[in-house]
Design a protein around this ligand. Structure first.
Ligand code: AHM
Ligand code: MG
Length: 333
């Protein structure tokens, strides 16, 4: 086998970090492991009775599927058991978790934020879902319990971010700030191989992705931008593609070139996606791939988070497409 494995790649790249203690590599390795376990569960979804709603709601009052809970537990337990992070925040949990080592001391320097199974409403219909993660250095002193401020950092402080897509094939795509690389799982032997080195967006894509059913509730700027995408002029009209599973929509657009939009609307004034679990990590990956991520006016990664589960309008993808979108926002503000 010629291609590098994810494990090999992580070790090789650890050396690229000055003074690296290997902590980040251990986190990435744990995520790799948890991803394989979740992949196994997701693949079996149609076979065993783990489908359907678990009968309770998560903190955002949405239906929580059994697989969400399972994936949440798998990622959190994998990280806790290895004592490699000092704190974890999950889209599925109301509060962050302080991770104490077995000596009751908190000696690790990284925190992880995770959306364990994004787009899980798609599982029942066999559409690809994903895991999104983001790693930060804690801001509080080593050895003390983590606090909310450790998690409410701007996206520009991210040390690593990535996603796993449980799709036709399962892939793990991540960045540590040195470009974006994608690894495909060979399910027969349970190994991720480097299949998409140095992923980059086209500067000008031809796909726009948004839930157009909400058109009537969108701000004027977005209505006009959608019309612009549909106009017959130059390289337009663009193609419309929307799966409704962020990781899948994002993954297609990074490969083919396009823009993903989750605007504010009359019903959802702040949009739907969460700044910390979805937008920041995707923005880091997008920028590292030569793309752009914005809330319409500001760079996503420069937004100061106020709360763990806050939502924000999200526009992300090929650089020139997002720039164009921003010009519409400005014009119709
Ligand atoms: P979730 O975190 O509850 O799964 O919701 C996030 C998902 C994204 O994956 C997707 O892009 C979006 O919700 C779709 O929303 P909508 O159905 O409103 O278009
Ligand atoms: Mg989500």
């Amino acid at each position: 086998m010629e291609n590098k494995t994810l494990g090999e790649f992580i070790i090789e790249n650890q050396n690229a970090f000055k003074y690296s203690s290997g902590e980040l590599s251990r986190i990435l390795n744990s995520i790799r492991l948890a991803a394989k376990v979740v992949n196994h569960k997701v693949n079996k979804a149609g076979l065993v009775d783990i489908l359907g709603s678990a009968g309770n709601k998560n903190v955002q009052d949405e239906d929580q599927k059994k697989l969400d809970i399972l994936a949440n537990e798998i990622f959190i337990q994998t990280l806790i058991n290895r004592e490699i992070v000092c704190g974890i925040a999950s889209e599925e949990n109301e509060n962050f978790i302080n991770v104490e080592g077995h000596n009751n001391e908190n000696k690790n320097k990284y925190i992880v934020l995770i959306d364990p199974l994004d787009g899980s409403s798609n599982i029942d219909v066999n559409v690809s879902v994903g895991t999104i993660f983001s790693v930060f250095r804690r801001t509080s002193p080593l050895g003390s319990p983590v606090n909310l401020n450790d998690f409410l950092q701007k996206g520009v402080n991210q040390v690593a971010a990535g996603y796993v897509i449980y799709g036709t094939s399962t892939m793990l795509v991540y960045t540590t700030g040195h470009g974006v690389n994608g690894f495909t799982l060979n399910p027969a032997i349970g190994t991720f191989y480097l299949s998409h080195p140095k992923m980059t967006y086209k500067k000008n894509g031809h796909i726009y992705s948004l839930n157009e059913g909400n058109y009537i509730h969108f701000p004027e700027a977005i209505k006009n931008y959608v019309k612009y995408c549909q106009l017959e002029e130059g390289d337009r009209p663009y193609t419309s593609r929307y799966i409704g599973s962020l990781v899948s929509d994002f993954h297609r657009n990074i490969i083919k070139g396009g823009i993903y939009l989750y605007p504010s609307s009359k019903k959802k004034p702040k949009g739907k996606l969460r700044l910390l679990y979805e937008c920041n990590p995707m923005a880091f990956i997008a920028e590292q791939a030569g793309g752009k991520a914005s809330d319409g006016f500001n760079r996503i990664m420069e937004v100061s988070p106020k709360e763990l589960h806050e939502r924000i309008p999200f526009y992300c993808g090929s650089y020139n497409m997002v720039k164009k979108l921003e010009s519409f926002m400005k014009k119709y503000q």
